[in-house]
Design a protein around this ligand. Structure first.
Ligand code: ATP
Ligand code: MG
Length: 445
């Protein structure tokens, strides 16, 4: 993409309404525009990152054997009357009447609807296990929408629902979700810690939240520092292997890690003092096992292997897709702007032309542009007629992890400069070598 043909409405001034750094940087980098409290348009740069995050979520869910579908944003109230939640949900639910006076709502979550789909089409344990998920907009009329996409009213969520014939099988689904979530966050450059949580209004026995440490987080957490050393890394997970999934869950849930809601002071103080840590943190996901809470009242039954009709065991599992943009920026920025991890960056690399209009410099940039594009690494080429300083400032603000700088002086020696946004370090090399290096970096992402 050439910057002169793109739509990147960067702000020079710090927007007054933004209280936290991720919100400020998303506005300044031209990623979002607020349309009403907690409701945003996703401008092209923000939309690219949102799509990258979605792609990782899809990839990891499908790797775990979970099946994508798409349910609507608007739901009939009657479904929620069946589960009893229509009245319980309170003011967070946006209630709408259609022209015939029928009660509708903008879905804050989809347990009822997925249970309805299940009961209409599944009868036997032989169709199980089954996990269906979607990535869809949700609406919750939050009392205090704030911090940009972190606490929106309209927000994008991945929500998945498992259906299993018994408790053991449902716990395997729970474990699959935990493992796939750990992989998902790690691919986004995040260290998200699973923490025992309270079940809240969705109800349930087993539940973990995934928290990213950040000063601006809304949760207070207590943890054993040993958990920070855990990595999923490149390990290959066999999601059909119950023992293997359970072992990973055991590994990640053994070090103490809890939110203030479930914090146990005596367990925490039993840790060696130098491993006790407390912080603010951002909730980027949550998994629940809730058994037959919805299947029973809504009649989602299957015939088990003994020929008995039993309510199906369920769980629901959410990732805050749009909140993740804010969380990633909170975890990865400096005083010049965003520092995107390679896994989610809107463009893998930027090209800065130091002498726009100079024949040789323009030609070298065009060559780099074509070579990178041919290797599936679409660059953002700053081809504006601007001073070098302004170009660097924009690149630093929008946070592409790698930048290739092209100027007449370097080209005289056949060199361009490759710079890491994270470390600030630069290295001179031939344009061909720079393309190879960038390709190498992204081959492992
Ligand atoms: P919170 O405690 O932050 O209000 P929640 O526990 O009510 O969130 P869940 O029902 O667990 O939310 O939804 C799954 C995920 O969706 C959350 O872990 C969070 O990342 C994201 N999420 C929830 N509410 C919002 C919101 N208002 N704006 C953006 N993301 C949200
Ligand atoms: Mg939650």
């Amino acid at each position: 993409m050439r910057l002169t043909r793109y739509f990147l409405p960067v702000l020079r001034e710090n927007p007054a309404e933004a209280q936290i750094v991720s919100h400020r940087l998303m506005l300044r980098a031209g990623m979002i525009r607020q349309q009403a409290a907690g409701i945003y348009s996703w401008l092209p740069l923000g939309f690219r990152v949102l799509r990258r995050i979605e792609a990782i979520v899809h990839d990891e869910q499908q790797r775990a054997g979970h099946i994508p579908l798409l349910m609507p944003t608007l739901q009939p109230a009657d479904l929620w009357r069946e589960s009893g939640r229509y009245d319980d949900y309170g003011q967070e639910m946006l209630r709408i009447k259609d022209r015939h006076g029928r009660d509708m709502l903008y879905g804050p979550t989809n347990e009822e609807m997925i249970t309805d789909i299940f009961r209409a089409h599944v009868e036997s344990y032989k169709s199980l296990p089954l996990t269906l998920y979607h990535i869809q907009w949700k609406f919750r009329d939050e009392v205090r929408p704030r911090f940009g996409v972190m606490r929106g009213r309209e927000f994008l969520m991945k929500d998945g629902y498992n259906f299993d014939v018994d408790y053991d099988s449902a716990m395997h689904a729970y474990n699959r979700h935990m493992v796939s979530y750990l992989r998902t966050y790690e691919r986004m450059g995040l260290h998200a810690i699973p923490m025992r949580a309270d079940s809240g209004p969705i109800g349930g026995d087993d539940t973990h939240e995934f928290l990213v440490l950040a000063d601006t987080g809304e949760s207070e957490v207590f943890y054993d520092k040993a958990i920070l050393d855990l990595k999923m890394g490149g390990r290959n997970v066999d999601y059909t292997d119950r023992a293997a999934c359970a072992a990973i869950v055991h590994e990640w849930t053994t070090p103490y890690a809890r939110t203030d809601e479930t914090h146990d002071v005596s367990l925490y103080h039993a840790l060696p003092q130098d491993r006790q840590a407390t912080s603010r943190a951002i909730e980027v996901g949550q998994i629940f096992y809730f058994g037959t809470k919805y299947s029973e009242p809504m009649g989602a039954m299957v015939v088990n292997e003994h020929g008995e009709r039993v309510p199906v065991h369920m769980g629901s599992h959410g990732i805050g897709v749009s909140r993740l943009l804010g969380a990633i920026i909170e975890a990865s920025h400096d005083d010049k702007g965003i520092v995107w991890p390679e896994g989610v960056t809107p463009f893998p690399v930027g090209i800065v032309n130091l002498r726009q209009g100079d024949t040789a410099t323009d030609a070298a940039c065009d060559m780099l542009y074509a070579a990178l594009t041919a290797r599936g690494l679409e660059p953002l080429y700053d081809d504006r007629d601007e001073r070098a300083g302004a170009k660097f400032a924009s690149m630093d603000l929008i946070g592409l992890p790698w930048r290739i700088t092209v100027g007449p002086r370097g080209l005289a020696n056949g060199k361009v400069e490759l710079t890491s946004r994270r470390s600030g370090e630069s290295e001179e090399m031939s344009p061909e070598a720079a393309v190879d290096r960038v390709a190498q970096i992204y081959a492992g992402v």
